[in-house]
Design a binder for this molecule. Structure first.
Ligand code: GDP
Ligand code: ZN
Length: 449
């Protein structure tokens, strides 16, 4: 029989591009001790930080820094891993990386370290995704939730559900061998009660995951209004202390079209339509097109008017061009200038809010309104930072559990639905995932992760 093939050695810069105090090159593969020796001139001691030059083929130093050696299986990937912590300049890091390639490593693909960690059982799929989500988190709440998933909270919950499903399946399948006793057997074992308990649990997780999906991707809000009605003021006021990472659309000139703020940890991507006027400037025109594409993905449109004068003709033109079926909230700003009180009003064309962005009056009303529209009602630590594919799998599992309930006269079908529910949940942790799915998931990671 052929010898089992060893995994090839992969290497990548693990730190972010650009300059920094430290830059890390990560290497993973089988039997990396000789590799480390070639780089440093000596054999590394497992899990000890060694300050050493990193040398080229001629023994000349490329850089100096810390080498860490994690022999398999006690490493991130479960293979031998070497971490080279050198100086964080792009050129010097590329030289160190080139040296690793010269020593037989190849460039890692996006997410390949995490993928190996998954394949070697160091973490399940939901945890690997949590690594990526933690790195990409744009609010504190999202980061907290990702850390919980990373530590296995979500996975444990999936495993408990799976165990409950397996118990019930074993019971039902055992009963299948004694066809005469079907129904009584199930009744005696309280199978339906147990099934209902699983359904309730599943519904709970699904709801928390739905909240988590919101926490992960947030909502898109479009600001519409004439110059000087107070759009910028409102944005600043809404953001408060929770100004999240600003995500400019790359390439936009002048002002940022899109900015992300956070309300109760939910990323709110705000698109300012200030630049939507007709323009001859081709660069500006590109910005306008981009803004329209953003608008097409809006969850909520905020129409801002000056409370003293109400909507203006220009507002209606933009309003008419906005997508149908999107929730609209009208803001009457500057109430301090016309003696109105903060208020939330239900009108024919949607909710209206009276506020003063300048004084911060009534802005809480808007904040709650946005959270209501988003469907956010979760609190704190319960939220599962779910991805769309998790929601799909949970919904599928729920469908099968519900279907099982209606099949309790036909035990074979009952058992089959339970099996399908288990498969759906297994997709979340990666127990039943195809190579294609893994490819899709890990290819979205960045290189070096
Ligand atoms: P934008 O052009 O729509 O972004 O409007 P700005 O936010 O830049 O505000 C235009 C002007 O209106 C500024 O001088 C603000 O200080 C003022 N302003 C904004 N909101 C209020 C408000 O609620 N009350 C008062 N009195 N002035 C406001
Ligand atoms: Zn402005």
């Amino acid at each position: 029989s052929p010898a089992p093939s060893l995994p090839d050695t992969i290497a990548a810069v693990a730190t972010a591009p650009g300059r920094g105090g430290i830059g890390v090159v990560r290497v993973s593969g089988a039997a990396l001790a000789p590799f480390a020796r070639a780089l440093t001139g000596r054999l590394p001691e497992p899990r000890h930080a060694a300050f050493t030059p990193f040398v080229d083929a001629g023994g000349k130093p490329i850089d100096e820094g810390i080498l860490l050696y994690f022999p398999a299986p006690h490493s991130f990937t479960g293979e031998d891993v070497i971490e080279l912590q050198g100086h964080g300049g792009p050129v010097v890091l590329q030289l160190v990386l080139a040296r690793c390639l010269e020593l037989g490593a190849r460039l890692a693909e996006p997410g390949e370290f995490s993928r190996r960690a998954f394949l070697n059982g160091k973490m399940d799929l939901a945890q690997a995704e949590a690594v990526a989500d933690l790195i990409e988190a744009s609010t504190v709440a999202a980061a907290r939730s990702a850390v919980r998933s990373l530590s296995g909270a979500f996975s444990d919950e999936m495993h408990r559900l799976t165990d409950a499903l397996i118990d019930l399946r074993m019971l039902v399948e055992a009963t299948l061998d004694f066809p005469d006793e079907d129904v009584e057997f199930l009744e005696n074992a309280r199978a339906l009660e147990r099934l209902d308990a699983i359904r309730v649990k599943l519904e709970g997780v699904l709801e928390r995951a739905r909240q988590g999906a919101l926490l992960r991707s947030g909502m898109n809000v479009v600001l519409v209004g004439q110059p000087n009605v107070g759009k910028s003021s409102l944005l600043n006021c809404l953001a408060g202390d929770e100004r999240a990472i600003v995500t400019d659309i790359a390439g936009t000139t002048r002002d940022a079209v899109r900015e992300t703020i956070a309300i109760e940890g939910i990323p709110i991507h705000v698109i300012d339509t200030a630049g939507l006027r007709e323009t001859a400037d081709p660069v500006e025109r590109l910005g306008v097109e981009r803004t329209w594409r953003e608008i097409a993905r809006a969850d909520v449109i905020l129409r801002i008017v000056d409370a003293r004068v109400g909507p203006q003709p220009g507002d209606e033109a933009i309003d008419a061009a906005l997508p149908e079926g999107v929730e609209r909230i009208t803001i009457f700003n500057k109430i301090d200038l016309c003696g109105l009180e903060p208020a939330r009003l239900q009108r024919d064309d949607g909710v209206a809010i009276h506020l003063s962005a300048q004084l911060g009056l009534g802005v809480d009303l808007l904040r709650s309104e946005l959270l209501r529209v988003a469907g956010w009602h979760a609190h704190g630590d319960d939220v599962v930072l779910a991805r769309e594919r998790h929601l799909v799998a949970l919904r599928e599992a729920l469908t099968h559990v519900v279907a099982a309930r209606s099949q309790c006269g036909a035990l074979e079908l009952f058992a089959e639905e339970l099996r399908l529910a288990q498969v759906s949940i297994g997709e979340i942790t990666g127990e039943f995932s195809s190579d294609d799915l893994l490819g899709v998931i890990f290819s979205r990671f960045c290189i070096g992760k």
